[in-house]
Design a protein around this ligand. Structure first.
Ligand code: IDC
Length: 329
């Protein structure tokens, strides 16, 4: 009897020790297959087409609470997403380039957590340099080069990390300017990571992909160009631009979309939204919905009355949230 008890105690101890050891282990680089670009598409190591589907956080300074392990794991399991985007605003509200050093550090820690949680959940993760009111990416070019060098050096072993180097150039910023910026940032990333997929913004709020298609960046693999749409504002004419870009062989990635109007608010247009979904599906384009927050605006996925930061039920979702989750599933 005594021996039995002793064996039992030893087994329990071993179990506790191994669980503790597992928890203390550093997060392993993702086991997700690394991605590359082939033709206009994203493919895995075997050359099979991969479509990323997921959600973007709102600004990491505004809604950091949604970056948590349970949220990411839940979304993968229940919403069937395979990617998240971490939106790091450069200029607005405690932006990376306008706030102080402590703010920058806090934002980097949020990115770190985001990558860690995504990795553990088995999700691809996009690190998004979210320029907006700063219009031209060259405004903070020096900062961007330093930032992406740091990120690429930190995450070079993570096969699931994707870099988005400028959310939406605007204010009349030309493709020539964006291209000059992109060349510097891509070079900085490639000095640390030879393979990661890099997403490049296009003129006019990442809509003029047809212009980028006439003069894409040469000499690097695994570059894609971003197309953003909000179905309440953008319809057929923008799909035609996208088609023109694809016809020229430009790899497209929809790193942000919604079905509200472009302000992020206003009425939803699910009819136009469905046309967009068909377009993405037909052309095997990845799509990331805006935004994982409970802000009182129609482009938020979570109802403002819901304070949950994970484990959402259908009743916690806004009409847009319900619509998007249905698309994923
Ligand atoms: C919007 C947010 C809004 C926030 C604003 C900040 O939804 O809550 O106050 O940014 O300036 C984009 C941008 C994205 C916008 C979104 C909706 O990439 O930052 O978010 N949008 O306007 N491009 C088109 C639409």
């Amino acid at each position: 009897m005594k021996r039995k008890i002793r064996t039992y105690v030893i087994i329990c101890l071993l179990a506790v020790l191994s669980v503790t050891a597992l928890e203390c282990m550093p997060i392993q680089a993702a086991k997700l297959p690394s991605l590359k670009v082939k033709g206009t598409q994203l493919v895995n190591e075997k050359g099979k087409t991969v479509r990323l589907k997921g959600v973007s956080t709102h600004g990491l300074s505004w809604y950091p609470e949604y970056v948590n392990q349970k949220a990411f794991t839940d979304m993968k399991k229940n919403w069937k997403i395979n990617a998240v985007r971490l939106a790091l605003y450069t200029s607005e509200y405690n932006g990376y380039c306008t706030g102080d050093a402590a703010n920058r550090k806090a934002l980097e820690q949020r990115i770190d957590k985001g990558v860690k949680y995504a990795t553990k959940a088995g999700l691809y993760v996009i690190i998004d340099w979210h320029i907006l009111s700063d219009g031209n990416p060259r405004t903070y070019e020096k900062e961007a080069v330093a930032f992406f060098k740091k990120m690429a050096s930190k995450y070079k072993k993570h096969t699931n990390v994707i870099y988005e180097i400028c959310n939406e150039p605007n204010g009349g910023t030309s493709w020539t300017d964006i291209k000059a910026y992109a060349k510097k940032v891509v070079k900085a990333i490639r000095s640390k990571d030879k393979k990661a997929v890099i997403l490049i913004g296009t003129p006019n709020w990442s809509q003029d992909v047809d212009i980028a298609a006439q003069d894409p960046i040469k000499g690097y693999k695994n570059l894609m160009y971003t197309l953003h749409f909000y179905a309440g504002t953008h319809g057929e004419y923008l799909r035609q631009k996208a088609q023109a870009a694809l016809d020229q062989g430009l790899p497209l990635f929809v790193s942000e979309f919604g079905i509200s109007d472009a302000s992020g608010n206003g009425a939803l247009n699910p009819t136009e939204g469905s046309r967009w979904m068909k377009f993405l599906k037909r052309n095997k384009i990845s799509g990331i919905g805006w935004s994982l927050s409970n802000k009182a605006e129609s482009s938020a996925l979570i109802k403002s009355s819901s304070k949950k930061i994970s484990g959402w039920k259908n009743k916690d979702l806004t009409p847009w949230g319900k619509w998007l989750v249905k698309q994923f599933r």
